[in-house]
Write a protein that binds this ligand. Structure first.
Ligand SMILES: Cc1cc2nc3c(=O)[nH]c(=O)nc-3n(C[C@H](O)[C@H](O)[C@H](O)COP(=O)(O)OP(=O)(O)OC[C@H]3O[C@@H](n4cnc5c(N)ncnc54)[C@H](O)[C@@H]3O)c2cc1C
Length: 227
């Protein structure tokens, strides 16, 4: 098998990259996931969508994402609602340091067009009356934030990318990336060999391991929690 590009990972990143490359006209795109599409972190996430960040880059990317999510069903011609609910996102400050940082963050967010607001403790309690009154100092709130169904969003990209000719293979692990003279020549999975010169590492928490297949050190560290 030959491919112009092999994408490793079928989470939201890999599937969205596949769609966007195909939309730009790239042909022969292949995506492998060792599990199923959205079987990694994407399918386990809290589904929260927020634009309330503390760096300009993150704020701009989050705003662009929200602008996209608002019209994603139409753009991707998806047959279902992706369940993007803009019901707002409240972030609580519990000490003076956070309160001051949140004031600066809201100024930054407003400067790039994100309609976040700084709220007093009383205003926060009006939105969520069950908050612990003894702990809150203040809060920030953005009414265009909310939540989105990660399975449907991934599926919407998946269906649109397939329509544009992308090939997806589930339950197929990439075991080797062959590099010759500093160039990728082949990807070997547990089922086939693919001749290619380009690989996208969209393996999320496994990016370090996938990078190692090509001799690249990627500083992604997986942390596990003990319950
Ligand atoms: C508990 C939790 C809560 C979260 N809550 C939120 C939230 O509320 N809002 C938010 O925006 N983000 C949240 N996140 C973060 C979000 O889930 C991730 O940022 C996002 O899903 C990453 O997507 P991804 O496509 O990069 O990775 P993944 O979804 O992990 O996809 C990577 C895929 O690569 C596959 N893979 C790995 N190695 C190989 C290989 N060798 N061959 C083939 N396939 C391979 C894996 O099986 C996996 O399916 C949360 C994450 C967790 C864990």
């Amino acid at each position: 098998m030959k491919a112009n590009i092999v994408i490793i990972g079928g989470g939201i990143s890999g599937v969205a990259i596949a769609y966007n490359l195909a939309k730009k006209g790239m042909k022969d795109i292949v995506v492998f996931d060792d599990n199923y599409m959205s079987g990694g972190a994407t399918g386990r996430c809290g589904a929260g969508v927020r634009q309330q960040w503390g760096t300009k880059g993150n704020c701009i990317m989050a705003k662009m994402s929200v602008d996209f999510f608002e019209k994603a069903q139409e753009e991707l011609q998806y047959h279902r609602d992706i369940e993007f609910k803009q019901e707002g996102y409240l972030i609580v400050a519990t000490n003076q340091e956070e309160d001051e940082k949140f004031t600066r963050n809201v100024e930054l967010q407003n400067s790039v067009g994100i309609p976040a607001k700084k709220l007093s403790k009383e205003e926060a309690l009006e939105i969520v009356p069950h908050l612990n009154k003894d702990v809150i100092v203040s809060a920030t709130f953005c009414n265009t934030d909310g939540h989105l169904n990660p399975f449907l969003m991934t599926d919407a990209y998946f269906v649109a990318a397939k329509r544009l000719g992308v090939q997806f293979f589930c339950r197929e692990k990439v075991n080797e990336i062959i590099v010759e003279n500093h160039k990728i020549t082949k990807v070997i999975t547990d089922k086939r060999e693919v001749i290619t010169s380009k690989v996208v590492n969209a393996a999320g928490g496994y990016s370090y391991e996938v990078g190692q297949l090509a001799g690249v050190d990627i500083p992604v560290i997986v942390r596990t929690m003990k319950y």
